[in-house]
Design a protein around this ligand. Structure first.
Ligand SMILES: Nc1nc2c(ncn2[C@@H]2O[C@H](COP(=O)(O)OP(=O)(O)OP(=O)(O)O)[C@@H](O)[C@H]2O)c(=O)[nH]1
Length: 369
């Protein structure tokens, strides 16, 4: 059928549930889809079976009839007002073909000037309506001829059977699309779940980290120390190897705050923490023990080595890039497994620190007693 030159509109009764019908049609995603050999084969089969020069699968869109497959028909779509299918479909019944024996003799279509691809006027139309399972008409598979005629019974039966095959194909298509949609929804949901889990894990780790770390310096805090003290593995380890405890206290820190303000005071504490973290090795544990006091546990480290580490810390603090001089005093004490309780070692480190302060500060005192 070529596009008609004479544009006399065919009356097109809009059914009450047209929007539901269009929605049902949309669910197959057929309109404007690419050509598919399954449908091309069916129209070729229809044309051969009915001995007709033209055949098409016509789908009734909002304002047009669009051909999913066609043979012997030129345009890919027609205005709905100029389509035989669009006029007849509303009067169709399941299982009954729509037939116009002679288009030229039918006042509804005679003036439309419909023709086949080869230019001959359209004179014969027979279509099998296509339905959704719940009764919405979607379009037709039709055969077209340039001479008035009729279909033989076997041809009519064959055309109706091809219509049913197309409906099966449509349903398979809708099912496959629905499955794809469900699958992608599931995938999107799984992705969302995965992200939520990762987010939760991150928050959990952040929470754990902030519960056990000092926000200002990033070192472990006192509650982490309490956990370490309560951890049988740590206690067991300290009971097996020699270790050293180091207490580091910032000198005259009250003055730093008073003279330079708390912000610079905080910066000074971070500088001390950096000096500590940069001087110890993996396995050593650095804790912000009090306001300006730090505790370092050095497992498997003898007093002399710990004193060297402490000296390194002291020198690093003295070299920190601050707008004022900053020094620390350090006390270290060693613990022998089986001989010293950790509390006693801590007390001895504290006394050594006291002696460092009393001796003039900016120094390290090792308890070698
Ligand atoms: N800026 C800042 N100051 C703190 C923080 N925690 C504790 N301090 C201050 O550290 C100071 C500690 O002062 P003191 O215990 O008197 O000791 P000091 O002035 O360092 O004197 P010596 O230890 O004897 O050398 C106090 O003024 C506290 O307010 C902190 O997180 N930030």
């Amino acid at each position: 059928m070529s596009r008609p030159r004479h544009l006399q509109a065919v009356p097109d009764p809009p059914p009450a549930d047209e929007s539901a019908r269009l929605q049902a049609l949309g669910a197959y995603a057929l309109l404007d889809s690419a050509a598919e050999s399954a449908y091309d084969d069916i129209v070729r089969l229809a044309a051969t079976l009915c001995d007709a020069p033209g055949a098409a699968i016509a789908l009734l869109d909002r304002e047009r009839v669009w051909f999913k497959a066609r043979v012997g028909v030129a345009p890919s779509e027609l205005p709905r007002s100029h389509s035989i299918c669009a006029e007849l479909i509303w009067h169709s019944q399941p299982g009954r073909l729509l037939v116009i024996d002679d288009v030229a003799a039918d006042p509804r279509f005679a003036a439309l000037g419909l023709s086949l691809e080869d230019g001959r006027a359209l004179r014969f139309y027979a279509g099998a309506p296509l339905w959704t399972p719940d009764g919405h008409p979607l379009g037709t598979i039709c055969v077209l001829d340039a001479a008035p005629r009729q279909l033989r019974a076997a041809q009519a039966e064959g055309l109706a059977a091809l219509g049913r095959q197309i409906q099966h194909l449509f349903e398979l298509r809708r099912y496959a699309m629905e499955q794809r949609r469900l699958l992608s929804e599931r995938e999107a949901f799984a992705l969302q779940l995965e992200r939520a889990q990762a987010d939760l894990q991150l928050r959990n780790e952040q929470l754990l980290h902030s519960a056990s770390h000092d926000a200002l310096t990033g070192l472990l805090n006192r509650s982490a120390l309490a956990q370490l003290q309560g951890n049988p593995e740590t206690v067991h380890q300290l009971g097996r190897v020699a270790y050293t405890l180091m207490l580091i206290d910032v000198d005259h820190f009250k003055q730093v705050n008073d003279r330079h303000g708390h912000l610079l005071g905080d910066r000074a504490l971070r500088a001390v923490a950096d000096a500590v973290a940069g001087s110890i090795r993996e396995g050593d544990v650095a804790i912000r023990y009090g306001g300006e006091e730090f505790l370092v546990v050095l497992p498997g480290t003898r007093l002399a080595t710990a004193a060297e580490v402490g000296e390194r810390i002291r020198r690093r603090v003295a070299r920190s890039s601050l707008p004022f001089a900053l020094t620390v005093s350090i006390g270290v004490a060693a613990g022998e497994p089986g001989r010293d309780a950790p509390d006693q070692v801590f007390d001895r480190a504290d006394q050594a620190l006291y002696r460092a302060k009393a001796g003039g500060r900016d120094r390290l005192v090792a308890d070698d007693g």
